[in-house]
Design a protein around this ligand. Structure first.
Ligand code: ZN
Length: 196
């Protein structure tokens, strides 16, 4: 399987993504760290893996078309984007997974990852939308709509919430989270026939 992991935002001075106002933790950095860990897991499992951003700051990745073209030109089978959430309400917490609207293979991918996150972190809040029978939320995010491969976008936690920002900065937690996401991707691959 050809798997693309997409660390959200171009990083640092170009686009750090959301930033925790107290610790200064940047979404783009967390996304890259967790993406690298997910990629390592999947490589060890025998898959082919590409990341759309590999550096702390990579200006060309600010253009989302660069990211989707990389996946499409390579013929990716799976596309998973990694982000952190942020809102004005500092108490908001939990994880979410997004897919493009309508029923697609991305829904199945999202469900597999969601279930693994829920299993890894049973005490954390999953912000699911079960109105259409599965836990993902749906929106026309650019990278979800413009990738040919089944795609989903994981919002790991709220970087705007100090408690969750501390978790997002914690190496052990990052590792557990990455393993859960990698297991979810593996699950999806196995359900699709299991090709490496
Ligand atoms: Zn983001």
């Amino acid at each position: 399987m050809k798997i693309v992991i997409d660390p959200g935002h171009a990083g640092r001075n170009v686009d750090p993504g959301a930033v925790n106002p107290v610790s200064g933790l940047q979404e783009a950095d967390v996304a890259l760290i967790v993406s690298r860990l997910v990629a390592t897991q999947l490589l060890e499992a025998g898959h082919e893996v590409k990341m759309t951003r590999t550096e702390w700051e990579q200006a060309e990745t600010d253009d989302l078309e660069y990211r989707t073209s990389l996946a499409n030109d390579w013929g990716a089978d799976v596309f998973v984007s990694i982000h952190c959430n942020s809102v004005a309400n500092p108490a908001a917490k939990g994880y979410e997974i997004w897919t493009s609207p309508g029923e697609t293979q991305g829904d199945e991918l999202a469900t597999c990852i969601y279930e693994q996150i829920a299993m890894e972190f049973p005490d954390r809040a999953g912000r699911a939308d079960y109105s259409d029978g599965d836990p993902d939320k749906e929106s026309r995010f650019y990278v979800l709509v413009h990738t040919d491969a089944p795609a989903c976008l994981v919002e790991l936690a709220f970087i705007s919430n100090d408690e969750e920002a501390a978790l997002l900065a914690d190496a052990k937690w990052q590792g557990l989270y990455a393993q859960a996401i990698a297991r979810g991707i593996e699950d999806y691959v196995n359900r699709r026939g299991g090709a490496k």
